[in-house]
Design a protein around this ligand. Structure first.
Ligand code: TYM
Length: 332
C-alpha cells in the first residue's frame, strides 16, 4: 500500500467544517487503500502563542475528532507530533538546507506574520513549513492529502527532498500533494471571498464540528447569498451559494448538478433549511462520539501513545539515515 501522511493543528474547541471537508473526508476514504499516518501537529500550534492548559486539551479533542470522524487508530497510525522527537530533529537538519529567501516566500507565513505583527512573528513561525516538510519526509510518504492552502508547503517539501537527495544521495521519497478539486477550499459563510478558518476575525461565518445544532443551523440560515434567488453554482458571480452547494454536495454525496435540479424554482430559504439539516445530521453522531472519547482521557492517551511508538519506529530510522548522510558522528 502507498504511504500517506497528513496532519492538522489542534484547535481549542473544535475543528471547523473546512477541515472536515477539505481533509478528514478524504483521509477517511484513503485510509482503506493507503498505509495512512495522521498527526495532530502540536509543535506547529506553538508557532503562535498558546495557553498551555488549553493546548493540552485541544490536542486531545482534535485526536478525538479524527477518531469520531472515522479515522481508525487500529488501521491507521494516529499520533501527536511532539511524542515523536524525530520531527523536531529532522526539521533542524532541513533548516540547514532551506534558503532564507525561499522560506520568506511562503504566502501563509506572510499572511500570518502580517496578522500577528512584527513582535509576535517568531523564528518558529518562519520555520513552520520546514517542520511540515520534516513531518512528511520522515515517513517516506508518497501522498499528502490536504486542502488547497497547503499546496505551497508541499511544493517546498518536494524541493527540499530533491535538494537533499542530490546533495547527499537518494534519501527521501519526493511526495505528491493530493488536493480534492471540488472541496479544496471552503469559504467563510459571512465572507465568501475568504477561506473558512479557525482564526477568522468573526465567528459568525465559521461552522464548528462540535457546535450545538441550533447554533450551526442559525449560521447556515444567515449565510451571505445574493439577490438572484436561484440555486445555481457560479463561483464568480454567486460565491455564497456556490460555497453552500459545495458543502451540501460534499456532505451528502449528491453532485452539484443534481442539487441544482432538486432546487430549481425553489428559494434560498428551502435550500438553507435542508442544508442545515444535512450538516447537523452529519455532525450529531461525531459530536456524541467525541464526548464519549473525551470522557475517558486515559484510554485516549493510551491509544495515542501506542501509535506514537509505531510512528517513532519509522521516523527514527529515517532520521538515522539522514544524520549518517550528512556526516554526523554516530553515538556508540
Ligand atoms: P490546518 O490545521 O490549518 O488544516 C488542516 C487541514 O484542513 C484543511 N483546511 C481546509 N480545507 C478546505 N477549506 C478550508 N477552509 C480549510 N481550512 C483548512 C487544510 O488544507 C489541511 O489539510 N500546516 C498544516 C498542518 C500540517 C500538515 C503537515 C499537513 C502540519 N504538518 C504535514 C499535511 C502534512 C495546517 O496548518 O493545516
Amino acid at each position: 500500500k502507498p504511504r500517506l501522511f497528513s496532519g492538522m493543528q489542534p484547535s481549542a474547541d473544535s475543528l471547523q467544517i473546512g477541515n472536515y471537508i477539505g481533509a478528514l473526508l478524504q483521509w477517511r476514504e484513503m485510509q482503506r487503500t493507503h498505509d495512512a499516518i495522521f498527526c495532530v501537529v502540536d509543535l506547529h500550534a506553538i508557532t503562535v502563542a498558546q495557553d498551555p492548559a488549553q493546548l493540552r486539551e485541544a490536542t486531545r479533542r482534535t485526536a478525538a475528532q479524527y477518531i469520531a470522524a472515522g479515522i481508525d487508530p487500529e488501521q491507521s497510525t494516529l499520533f501527536v507530533q511532539s511524542h515523536v522527537s524525530a520531527h523536531a530533529e529532522l526539521a533542524w537538519a532541513l533548516n540547514t538546507i532551506t534558503g532564507f529567501g525561499e522560506a520568506s516566500r511562503m504566502t501563509q507565513f506572510k499572511d500570518k506574520s502580517a496578522r500577528h505583527g512584527a513582535d509576535a512573528t517568531t523564528v518558529g513561525l518562519f520555520a513552520y513549513p520546514v517542520l511540515m516538510a520534516a513531518d512528511i519526509l520522515l515517513y517516506d510518504a508518497e501522498v499528502v492529502p490536504t486542502g488547497e492552502d497547503q499546496r505551497q508547503h508541499i511544493e517546498l517539501t518536494r524541493n527540499l527532498a530533491e535538494r537533499f537527495n542530490s546533495r547527499f544521495g537518494e534519501t527521501f521519497v519526493v511526495p505528491e500533494a493530493q488536493i480534492q478539486k471540488a472541496s479544496a477550499k471552503i469559504y467563510d459563510l459571512q465572507d465568501p471571498a475568504a477561506k473558512m478558518s479557525k482564526s477568522a476575525s468573526s465567528e459568525k461565518g465559521v461552522v464548528w464540528l462540535l457546535d450545538e445544532p441550533t447554533a450551526t443551523a442559525k449560521k447556515i440560515k444567515s449565510a451571505t447569498t445574493d439577490s438572484e434567488g436561484s440555486v445555481r453554482y457560479d463561483s464568480a458571480e454567486k460565491p455564497g451559494i456556490s460555497n453552500l452547494l459545495t458543502i451540501y454536495s460534499a456532505l451528502s454525496g449528491t453532485d452539484i448538478a443534481a442539487l441544482e435540479d432538486q432546487y430549481a424554482g425553489r428559494g434560498y430559504g428551502d435550500f438553507k433549511k435542508d442544508l442545515a439539516e444535512v450538516v447537523t445530521e452529519t455532525f450529531a453522531p461525531i459530536r456524541a462520539r467525541v464526548l464519549e472519547l473525551l470522557s475517558d482521557p486515559a484510554e485516549l492517551d493510551r491509544i495515542l501513545a501506542g501509535n506514537a511508538d509505531k510512528a517513532a519506529e519509522i521516523a527514527n530510522a529515517t532520521l538515522a539515515r539522514v544524520y549518517d548522510r550528512m556526516g554526523l558522528l554516530p553515538r556508540r
